[in-house]
Design a protein. Sequence first.
Length: 78
Amino acid sequence: MTETTNTETATCIADGPDCTGDVEYRDALSGTGVAHPRCDKHWQDRLDLEDDLRRRYPAHAPADFDPTYAGERWDEDY
């Protein structure tokens, strides 16, 4: 049996002059399950974006959210 190895070098999904650090396949944060190659800088940028999104759109409704105001719901279970 012949063992084969993948020698292909991954390129950052946001490839450009500002890429820094190692490029690795990083786990998906969005729930798609698709891992993308990102350099250390762009991975940190993605983590910062995810933190910002979770702050702006938390899993639980804020205390002042009123579903009767506009007929909207905070969660998707309706």
